[in-house]
Structures are given as C-alpha cells and as structure tokens.
Design a protein around this ligand. Structure first.
Ligand code: SF4
Length: 336
C-alpha cells in the first residue's frame, strides 16, 4: 500500500476464533464529517468484536474518535460506511424510531453526569422515563426503587432533583436509568473521568459488581489507562480514528507492541515511589496531523520515536503479530 492513505485491515484479518459468539460486532466502520476545511475522518475503518460478558476497553487521547464509535453504535451519529451487528442484527444507520426497540438491548452511559440528566426532572422521573417511553408504563415506582437500591442509592431520595446529588450519585442515577430496560450491552463513555479519584473507584467497583450480577457486556471508553486496566478484559488502543493495538488486558500492559501504546503506558504513574522516580517516560514530540489531512504512510509517524524509512510510505495494517495480540506497526515485521 505504498504511498496510500491509511486503510484499515479487513474484518477477516481481525476476526478471532470466538467471533461467532460476539454480541456486538463493528466491521469497517467509518464516520467522516464534511467541513469547510475538508473531510474530518473521525473514525476511519475500524473492526471490533465484543464477546458476551466481556468488557472491551477502548482507550486513546481526546479526539481520537473513541466516543464517536460509541455514539455511532447507539445511532446518535450516522456512519459513513461499515456494519454494526448487535446480537446478529445489523443496526447501522437505523432511524431513532427503528432503534427504539433495540434500546432494551443496548444502552449508553455518558461522561458528564451533570449534563446528561434533565435538571427539571426528579430522579424518579429520570429513572422511570424508559418504562414510560418503551413500555407505556406510568407507574414504575417499585422498579425505580429497586433500580436505585441496585446502584447504591437510597430510594427515599427519588423525589429529589439532580442538583441535590453529588457527581458520583448522579452517575449512579444515569446507570440506574441505563439499567431500567434490562439491557445486554452498555456503552460506557468515560463514565468516571468527571469524578474525584475516590469516587471513581466506587463507581468502577459498582460497574464490576453489576456486570457480574446482571451478566452485562461493556464497551468501556476512557483516556485513563489505569482506569481501563482495572475494568477491561481486552483493550483496544485508538489513534486518529484507527485501532493501532488490540490484545488481552494483561498482555497489552506487560508487552505493548505499538510505540503509541508504549508512550501512553509510560505516562501512567506507578504507586511505588522508587520505581516512579526512576522509570523512563516516553515524551511524544511532533504534531498530531490535522484531522482533515490526507495521511501518507503510518498515521503515527510524525510523533513516533521509532519511525524509520518504510513508515513514510507504507501504511501499517492491523495484524496479529502474536497470538491474540494485534498491532498496526511495521516494527514486528522488521524484527522478524
Ligand atoms: Fe512508528 Fe513506524 Fe510503527 Fe508507525 S509503523 S508506529 S511510525 S515504527
């Protein structure tokens, strides 16, 4: 692919032996936005599959396209190309009305617990709204109380308004609302990044507990690698709208293959003060290409400390360089 713009590997290249059991599959997904300055390729050909009961972490810097992936899956953004298959049914590009029955299977929790709750509605109205919209059920008081208990909120507070709750409590309200219709899959878009560190841990533990108790499947989106490590079974790293590395959680944190993942991991603080004082941090120099720029060669080339001649001309495809460990970088091939 010398001299070409980046092309994601075909879905078959990233297919795993367990794909047939995937509850959610994303194939060749592209989300391009036309702007006066050119086309922004927010998502540029990604393939992902999530198994039932799994948590797939999707990590990357702000603006890499990870939230756009989630918003496209739930129908808030229209895809330019690609397929999204939920429990065997293609759902890409469905209208809001067509998506409505799927809300019982697929829900999303947003980053900002302050902005995502209607300040004029009581907590009972917020949590009970899905019952009214999807099932025409006006009196869901019993279910609302059960949902509040499930997420660690006192049901006696259900007549209060969002501003009377802390950030962590508001995120629990959002979670209770997402759980109302008993979904199978929840897309969690930076669900703890707006919270204090101590509250983050509580909400992550709650998410873990709910996943086990209710048999949920998560797509967990975050920029914080420590948070993603705590939550995920597998981790996908995203850069400029593409997946650049994908592996089991322990494998990717112990043996990162892609220079971008190495740099992200080197920035994660280590609790041991001796190791923290001596460990090497990789500082990324260079500019991130403009989102409207046509990229030749490796999209990470301008910032990569390991770039070499081939990176300027050849686009690295996402390949399985080790068992179940995928990377979009030429280095493993050069080393072999
Ligand atoms: Fe760096 Fe080259 Fe690998 Fe891209 S292909 S990440 S520029 S070494």
């Amino acid at each position: 692919m010398s001299g070409s713009t980046y092309e994601s590997s075909p879905a078959s290249e990233t297919t795993t032996s367990t794909e047939s059991a995937a509850i959610l599959r994303i194939e060749g997904l592209k989300v391009h936005f036309p702007t006066p300055r050119g086309t922004v390729k927010a998502v540029d050909g990604i393939d992902l599959s999530i198994q039932k009961g799994e948590t797939l972490g999707l990590v990357g810097e702000s603006g890499c396209g990870k939230s756009t992936v989630a918003r496209t899956v739930v129908g808030l953004v229209h895809p330019t190309a690609g397929r999204i298959v939920l429990e065997g049914r293609e759902i890409q590009g469905l209208s809001a009305r067509e998506m409505r029955p799927l809300r019982e299977e697929l829900q999303m929790v947003f980053q900002d617990p302050y902005a995502s709750l209607n300040p004029r509605m009581t907590v009972a109205s917020i949590i009970g709204e899905p019952f009214l919209i999807h099932r025409g059920q006006r009196d869901a008081d019993l279910q609302i109380c059960e949902l509040m208990s499930l997420v660690g909120l006192d049901p006696s507070m259900r007549r209060r308004y969002p501003h009377e709750f802390s950030g962590g409590q508001r995120q629990r309200i959002g979670l209770a609302r997402a759980l109302a219709l008993d979904p199978d899959v929840i897309l969690l878009d930076e669900p703890v990044s707006a919270l204090d560190v101590s509250v983050q841990a509580q909400v992550m533990n709650l998410l873990d507990d709910l996943k086990k108790r209710l048999g949920l499947t998560y797509l967990f989106i975050a920029h914080n690698l420590a948070v993603v490590r705590h939550m995920s079974d597998r981790v996908a790293v995203m850069y400029l709208g593409r997946i650049v590395e994908l592996a089991d959680r322990d494998e990717i944190y112990a043996n990162p293959m892609h220079p971008y993942t190495e740099a992200l991991l080197s920035a994660v603080p280590v609790p041991d003060p001796v190791i923290e004082a001596t460990r090497e941090r990789i500082r990324l120099e260079g500019e991130i290409p403009s989102p409207t720029e046509t990229i030749v060669g490796c999209p990470f080339r301008a910032r990569c400390p390991k770039a070499f001649d081939r990176c300027a001309t050849d686009v690295p495809a996402l390949k399985e360089h080790k068992q179940a460990h995928w990377s979009a970088c030429h280095l493993p091939e050069e080393a072999s």
